[in-house]
Ligand binder design. Sequence first.
Ligand SMILES: [Fe+2]
Ligand SMILES: [Fe+2]
Length: 323
Amino acid sequence: MGAFKSDPAPVAPSADSDGVDRRGFLKCMAWAGTATVWTISGGLLSSCGIQKAATQPSRTKDLYFVQISDSHIGFKGPANPDVTGTFTHAIAQVNALPHRPAFVAHTGDLTHLTQADEFDTVQQLLGTLKTPEVHTVPGEHDAVGDTNNQKYLSFFGKNSRGNGYYSFDLNGVHFLFLVNTSGVENLGVLGREQLDFVKKDLAGRSADTPLVVFSHIPLFAMYPQWGWYTHDSMEALSNMRRFSSVTCLNGHVHQLMSKTEGNITFHAATCTAYPLPHPGAPGVTVPQPVVLPAGELYGALGIREASYVVHPGTLAIKDDGLV
Ligand SMILES: [Fe+2]
Ligand SMILES: [Fe+2]
């Protein structure tokens, strides 16, 4: 539990928000004088059953949110001697944006070694974000020696299912937060339970419903030689192909890359910790943190702004380096 001073004008959750099974978010709870007291909470903003959400008519509205990724709190090495500092800087940059995001999504590798003090630090820092909600998925660094993500779930697991997946609706957009890291043996695996969840979750929804899907490891085959793909993503994606607008946002690879396959667009995000080699870099069999020349690290890190605009009905992505 932590409290943080924040800006006095946070955006209230939309009246149209009908959040379902959202978890791991931090919520603005109370006011103190002219400053807001931000309190870490695992509670629901509002909820209705998935079936109810599925049968409600879509009332899509413009929506703005932010993605951050791969903070690797606890990492120690020359590629970034102060990952807490760069993560804090990224959060300050988010808080300085001219528009308040409806939520901030962290796409995994919150910690470097799945340690309780690392989770605690990242949770405290996420609590300083000026946004009504923070959503997360775990990365493989949040599952070191922890095959069912139990440590991650103890910090960020409230109201999620299974190993941490969930979905909700906001402003007529349907969001899925999927887990493809549950320990080393499940690296790049969604698994039967989650695949069934995706199928059920999307069944009955109008094909006009915009979908935004978060995961740590890319759902597209970005570079299978390094494990930068999800073994069983095709089955999940097959349930999304009938939707007119599908955007998949991932972390893990610590660099920007986009790809479009039919109606589905994939965007890999940069990170706040350290760069990794580009796919196919000569002599690299296992990607390791890249040490940049002095002064170049911040330029390799960043945050992502995303705006869903009803007309023309697409998600616009803007990637910002740390400044
Ligand atoms: Fe990472
Ligand atoms: Fe990762």
